[in-house]
Ligand binder design. Structure first.
Ligand SMILES: *Cc1c(COP(=O)(O)O)cnc(C)c1O
Length: 389
């Protein structure tokens, strides 16, 4: 009957708030907004200025008409080519993404790898930089979305800062939900996308660069025509992108920034996401299920749960079809073995309670021995003491 009813508790895409839907509609609700006129030029400048807040930076922010991975590729093709060497900190599926982009371009890679569910030790980055002075850049995933672990970005930045190398961070699933202070920590490039905690439909990516990064970019001939950042830098001050921008998503991004400002800004967002995380972890524990990563490195934007009772993807499908709650599954080597509970962006305490109520029902009817209401109750108790979400 309710064929369009669905609660997305995924680690992306996330539910789009009504405020953002309306802001997007304004741009093509007759007449179509013309991206070469002054109205849109002002909106683009206002939006990219407002977006500095989400990176905690004073550097200009550029928008790309594509998904998050394009911002990662953009950072790489603008910095290095086949004669160069980079370090990649890989702790899961999205770390492998970076490696694949590098292999595609032909860049030489020194990989600092861990078992999935763990994080990189900054001392290993220090050693690798010391032994390989030719390294041009260090790449790291902030929140590894396949596991829900947070890499120690501040500490890695401290190590890279001491060298000539440029530090690039994939913040696609961390931005807004997880503390990240680009300028204060000394990160050189941050790349992100819209469909995670920024609450937008897919199709927009954001990238921002420090002075140190620009020096490296200016020296390098970018082989990509579309993603050549020098063009974006030239056009942004007059409110243009080099090619047709995603007008609806730029309008949506501006509204997302306004919503974050109205809610109390970035610190309030970090606190809200931390509360969603703690409610979720309390609920998982109370059900007697196993959390995939340790508390000290757990992401505020998603929670991974070990699932070995049956094929996790079959289990998720039943929950989606019968209870209209969609949760994430494992990626790569964890396919079918993990539940990934998304709690980023447009999610509140009641959403977490509904997710647990549905999860419990689905567990019990599949024969898993858990107590109905135990997860809901633990999450409720957390919230009573910490009503931040
Ligand atoms: C979602 C995600 C991406 C980007 O993927 P797209 O499909 O291109 O949007 C990259 N890195 C991480 C860590 C992600 O979570």
């Amino acid at each position: 009957m309710f064929s369009e009813k669905m609660d997305l508790r995924l680690p992306g895409p996330v539910q789009v708030p009504r405020e953002i839907q309306r802001a997007m509609l304004r741009s093509f609700d007759h007449p179509m907004m013309d991206y070469r006129n002054e109205e849109f030029q002002e909106i683009l400048k206002e939006t990219t200025d407002a977006a500095k807040m989400i990176f905690q930076t004073q550097n200009p922010v550029y928008v790309l008409t594509s998904s998050g991975a394009s911002a990662l590729e953009t950072s790489m093709v603008n910095l290095v080519g086949p004669s160069d060497t980079i370090i990649i900190c890989s702790v899961g599926y999205f770390g492998e993404y970076l490696t694949e982009i590098a292999e595609h371009i032909g860049v030489k890679v020194i990989k600092i790898e861990t078992e999935w569910g763990k994080i990189v030790n900054p001392e290993d980055v220090r050693k690798a930089l010391k032994n390989n002075s030719e390294v041009k850049a260090v790449f790291a995933t902030h929140c590894e979305t396949s596991t829900g672990a947070i890499n120690p970005i501040k500490e890695i930045a401290n190590v890279v800062k001491e060298t000539e190398a440029v530090f690039v961070v994939d913040a696609v699933s961390s931005i807004v939900g997880t503390p990240l202070y680009m300028d204060e920590w000394g990160i050189d490039i941050v790349a992100t996308g819209g469909q995670k905690a920024l609450m937008l439909p897919p199709g927009i990516a954001l990238i921002t660069l420090s002075e140190k990064a620009w020096t490296a970019v200016e020296k390098h001939k970018c082989p990509s025509y579309y993603f050549d950042l020098k063009k974006y830098k030239k056009w942004l001050p007059i409110g243009h992108t080099p090619y047709t921008p995603n007008i609806a998503l730029v309008n949506g991004l501006l509204e997302a920034c306004r919503m974050i400002e109205r809610s109390g800004g970035m610190e309030a967002e970090y606190k809200r996401h931390a509360c969603l995380k703690e409610m979720t972890r309390a609920g998982v524990r109370a059900l007697g299920l196993k959390l995939f990563v340790e508390d000290s490195i757990a992401s505020p934007t998603l929670t991974s749960v070990v699932f070995d009772f049956m094929d996790a993807d079959q289990f998720r499908k039943k929950m989606r079809e019968d209870l209209h709650v969609a949760i994430g599954g494992g990626l790569g080597q964890l396919k079918g073995k993990l539940l990934r509970l998304g709690h980023m962006g447009y999610t509140d305490a009641s959403d977490i309670l509904k997710m647990f109520a549905s999860l419990e029902l689905n567990l019990v009817r599949h024969g898993v021995n858990v107590q109905l209401g135990a997860g809901v109750s633990a999450a409720q108790k957390y919230w009573l003491e910490n009503p931040w979400c």
